[in-house]
Design a protein around this ligand. Structure first.
Ligand code: ADP
Ligand code: MG
Length: 554
């Protein structure tokens, strides 16, 4: 008898499990997709490890995922011959939550109202623990490639689990076998017809072959061929196939808003397949959130950490497969590689061009994309000097004349007043408050459009982007407003403001009274109704940026 170790789940896991089991979410099928995706990941990790240690493959070099149905015992088994897990791997991977997305997901679910939480499970992949949506007991037997030991992890999903050393004869020769003891209402997962349909729907493009065994002892039947979708030509792939593949890759359940699939030839050869999601991933503003582009070399998965796209495109999901890098490329080498640098550049251009095309050809679809990811894209205006003007041109804004729609800077410049020299903006965190700002009075009176910027990133990029088509950006809360040159109505001569003796006298009084608390007091065309407003000096930070910087403790 081997000793049994008892473990309690990390608090977050216990919460997640509780949520899974008690959710009334009807689409429980997603658990199968999660387990197949983990099995495929394990096969790809092995493929990668075996490049430098081929002995890990021993006499079984072909990756495979096998589903075994057992209606008599109401069980479903998902097995792979991938990398496997050691005892420590199991405790770490199946007792805690590592993914930042999952944590964000939990917060959203707990904040959501009763029915909505269940909806969210369907929308976002939640991994291994989803097995407990259909099983009241899950056994995981795993043997790490090259190890002489196998381990059994077992749990009823109610707060704790056990880990025991398993008999080698009861374990797969290599990899992981997950046995689900199905709940009574989950019997359909022992039906060949049902399981085959779900696998084809959800996991049809997993790059590892999938076999189905109808009952213990029966012969395996191949239900997924493991061909990598991206190696096919575009014309042979349907929209549905792309969408399925995207869902498998991203762990999201929405449709891709944009699909970019291309083969680069010439100096560097690679295939790129990238998707812009329809909805925001949960971890988009998590500072530790990584990019989600996978790097393959000749169909072998290498890493998802190669930073194939700049940070401001971190919402893009997809992969690059190249034959130009050696298979045994180290992760360190990847960071330095000039080939990778060329791929990064090429891929970034392709993705941005596709987004630009969408903006040109389908304003509504682009408006949705902008709504979801504009705040991230705008980070590129100060991060990516080379593409700054491209990104500024792509940007859309709420303005004092835009109502519910958004406007591009091209729209803005087209409608500028004759004597207007700058693109004016006002930053803040609330659109309604901005609209009510007295700072706008003089601009409204002259029909001058003002950009209303409410994302925190706005305060930063405006300081980095000197101009659009030669027109500088100017904060209306900063410096003198130069409004005197612009007449109140077209055709009229500009009215030079009179500085009467009373005004001069008042200014002198205000200056002495306020002393060092202000650096200047001046008469201005900025206001028409209000008597006075605060502005920031010409040089330096505008008022919103100053607030943000104070808030972040800098
Ligand atoms: P994710 O796949 O996003 O990491 P999961 O909850 O699906 O999250 O899985 C958690 C971890 O459990 C995986 O990262 C992996 O380390 C481990 N794991 C799950 N299934 C397998 C498997 N079949 N083979 C090897 N490791 C696995
Ligand atoms: Mg997973």
């Amino acid at each position: 008898e081997k000793p049994v170790e008892n473990h309690v789940f990390e608090a977050d896991v216990a919460r997640l499990l509780h949520l899974m089991v008690h959710s009334v979410y009807s689409d429980k099928d997603v658990f199968l997709r999660e387990l197949i995706s983990n099995a495929a990941d394990a096969c790809e990790k092995l493929r990668y490890e075996a490049i430098s240690a081929p002995e890990l493959l021993s006499d079984d070099p072909t990756p495979r995922i096998t589903l075994t149905l057992d209606a008599d015992n109401n069980r479903l088994v998902v097995e792979d011959n991938g990398i496997g897990m050691s005892r420590d791997d199991m405790v770490e991977a199946l007792g805690t939550i590592a993914r930042s997305g999952t944590r964000a997901f939990m917060e959203r679910v707990e904040a959501a109202k009763a029915g909505e939480g269940a909806q969210l499970i369907g929308q976002f992949g939640v991994g291994f623990y989803s097995a407990f949506m259909v099983a009241d007991k899950v056994d995981v037997v795993s043997r790490h490639a090259g190890s002489a030991h196998a381990w059994l992890w077992s749990s009823d999903g109610k707060g704790s689990y056990t880990v025991t050393e398993a008999n080698i004869s009861d374990a797969p020769a290599r990899g992981t076998r997950i046995t689900m003891h199905l709940m009574d209402d989950a019997k359909s997962y022992t039906s060949k017809w049902d399981v085959e349909r779900i696998v084809k729907d959800q996991s049809g493009h997993v790059p590892v072959p999938i076999d189905l065994i109808e009952k213990p002892g029966a012969e395996a039947e191949r239900i997924g061929d493991g061909t990598a979708l991206w190696t096919k030509s575009r014309s042979d792939i349907t929209k549905e196939e792309y969408a399925d593949f995207y869902r498998g890759l991203s762990g999201q359940y929405d449709e891709p808003a944009l699909t970019v699939h291309f083969r680069a030839e010439g100096r560097h050869e690679y295939t790129g397949l990238a998707f812009v999601p329809e909805s925001k991933p949960l971890d988009m503003f998590d500072p530790s959130a990584k990019g989600r582009m996978k790097l393959y070399v000749k169909r072998v998965f290498i890493t998802d950490d190669a930073e194939l796209l700049p940070r401001y495109l971190r919402f893009v999901r997809g992969l690059v497969d190249t034959s130009d890098l050696p298979l045994n490329v180290s992760r360190e080498m990847i960071q330095e590689s000039p080939i990778l640098a060329a791929i990064r550049k090429g891929l970034t251009n392709r993705v941005l061009t596709a987004i630009e095309k969408l903006a040109e050809n389908d304003a509504d679809a682009f408006a949705k994309l902008w709504d979801a990811f504009g705040a991230v894209l705008k980070e590129g205006i100060y991060d990516d000097f080379e593409r700054r003007s491209q990104l500024i041109a792509l940007s859309r804004f709420r303005t004092t004349t835009s109502d519910e729609a958004t406007r591009s800077l091209a729209d803005y410049v087209k409608d500028m007043k004759d004597a207007q020299a700058a693109i004016y903006y006002l930053t803040g965190d609330n659109l309604d408050r901005l609209k009510a700002s007295p700072q706008l009075e003089g601009f409204r009176a002259r029909g001058i459009e003002v950009l209303l910027l409410t994302d925190s990133v706005d305060s930063f990029w405006v300081t980095a982007a000197p101009d659009f088509e030669g027109k500088p950006f100017k904060s209306i809360t900063q410096g003198a407003a130069d409004l005197a040159q612009v007449p109140k109505a077209d055709g009229e001569a500009p009215v030079v403001p009179e500085t009467t003796e009373a005004v001069t006298g008042f200014i002198a009084f205000a200056k002495t009274t306020l002393g060092d608390t202000v650096s200047d007091v001046r008469a201005s065309e900025r206001l028409t109704e209000s008597a006075v407003c605060l502005v920031a000096p010409e040089q330096g930070y505008d008022r919103q940026l100053e607030k943000l910087l104070q808030g972040s403790g800098r």
